[in-house]
Structures are given as C-alpha cells and as structure tokens.
Ligand binder design. Sequence first.
Ligand code: LMR
Length: 329
Amino acid sequence: MRSFAIAASVAALALGLAGQASADPIIIKFSHVVATDTPKGKASEKFKELAEKYTNGKVKVEVYPNSTLYKDKEELEALQLGSVQMLAPSNSKFGPLGIREFEVFDLPYILPDLKTLRKVTEGPLGAKLLKLLEPKGITGLAYWDNGFKQMSANKKLIAPADYQGVKFRIQSSRVLQAQFKALGSLPQVMAFGEVYQALQTGVVDGQENTWSNIYTQKMHEVQKYITETNHGYIGYVVIVNKKFWDDLPADIRDQLAKAMKEATDFNNAQSQKENDDALAEIKKSGKSEIIKLTSEQDEAMRKAMEPVYKDAASRVGQPLIDEFQKEAK
Ligand code: LMR
C-alpha cells in the first residue's frame, strides 16, 4: 500500500513537472537602448506581438527599451553570456567585439538614400557581413533601418572650420572617430544612454544622430542648433545568441523567423516617417534652430570628410569599401 502511494506520488510529480515544462514559455529578453517611440522601439514591440502570436504563446518576448537593462557595451557582453537573447545594436557598435567590417556603414555620404541601403543589406554583402558574427557566438537575423544623421551643437555648424575643437560624442566606431578627426573635432566614445546628460552638463559639446533619436532623447532641448547634414547613416543588426537560436525546436525557430521577417518589413516601411515626424516635432518645439546647408556648404562638408575613406581602408579594408560602393550603385 505504502509503496503504491509512493509510486503514485512520484508519477504525479513527474506528470506535474512535464505539464509545467510544456506550459513554461521560452523567454526572449530583447534589450535595446532607444525609446519605444522610435523605429527600433516600435519594431521590437511588433516582433514581440508577432512572435507570441505565431508561437501560440510558447515564446514570450520581454522588450527592455531605453538602456533599462544594459547600456551599449554591456548588452553585447550580456548577449554572448546568454543573459539576454536578442539585441539590435547599430552597425557602429561591433568594433569592441573585434568585428570592424560593419563600420563600412559609417562612412560619410556612402549611402544617398534608404533605397540604396536596402540593395546592400538585402544583397550578398549584407549576408556575408552577418556571417562574421557567428564565430563570436552570435547569429544575425535582420537589418533594421533607422535613418540619416544630423549634427547638433550649441554653436552653428555650417562650414568644416566650425567643427574645429568641438567635443563630439560618438558611438564606438573608429570610422566615426576618423570622421570627426578629419573635421578637427574631438570625438569621445560614450554610451547612448549617457548622451543627454553629457550634452546638458557640457561634458561634450555636440553629437550626431537621427531625428527620431534626437527628439525622443530630448537632445534638442539641450542643443541650440541642429544642422541638417544627412552625412551618415544609423541602422541596426538584429542579433541573437547563437546557441539559444540553434537549440530552439525547429518549428519555433521557423515561427520566430517569420515574425522577424514581418517585423523587419514593418520597421523598414515606417522608419522614414518616424524620422520625418520627429523633425516636425523638433521644429514645432522651437527649442533648437534647424540649419539647412546650401549645396556649396554641403559640398565643402563632403570634401572635408573625404580623407575618412583612406583611413577606413586600413580598418575595414578597401575591397569591402569597393564591394559596398558597387552594390550601392
Ligand atoms: C547611438 O548610440 O547613437 C545609436 O546607435 C542609438 C541607437 O540604437 O539608435
């Protein structure tokens, strides 16, 4: 009787555990550094919605925006350690991992528009770049657009000479460092989550970013001038911990891949509008003067930044720059 009772409770326990195991959702922690009301913020929410729908709740996506979980550098380390499963860092942030090639996207004026960008990210070069992540234990799933960068400071930035001696916050990219050095500025690497305060307290004088990032971080409230330069691009690589991804049941992985494909289409269809709307809001706030360059002034900026290409050749390699420019034709 006693052994029957023990056997029965062991069986019940086993059943209970099995029941619980199948009911426990797989958790994807998706950490990022921008506000929810940005292209990346909205796309990560879209991915959450679709991933949970397509997997019938077997996967739960927890999105942590605005550096609430990790800042730039820590989030990449956390992904490699498996403390988070998914991130979408900008192309400019892979250098500290020892992957320099994504910095090709940072070259000034390399992309005239988002349509051209898409030719690169959706072409063979885009796929080749994602492969570089694998030896680091990372799988690249998609490219998400943000948009083009503008220059901001508390002084008017019109001619290249205006940049002389100005301290600029930059992302952790050597190409961006070279860009500001070419202008005679003093670049300083800083996590995105620290930029507003650094501008407010004068730790740095200026920064470069997209309209949506400037607006949602309220940078326009602490920068008197923003020059509409569109000189560079910010976009993201959506990445997952490779072991986590590879170990997923195949059907779940397929459903997540489908959700990612649709979230990517959603992101890339709305990023331009997000930035246009943010620009309109900044104008409406009247907090920052928006400076437009004449074509001569624009030309002078392009010329001043030309040496960056030579510098970048030693960092990302001339063949890669050539390949990029060929695909971007
Ligand atoms: C930045 O650090 O300026 C951007 O990469 C932030 C982001 O994720 O858009």
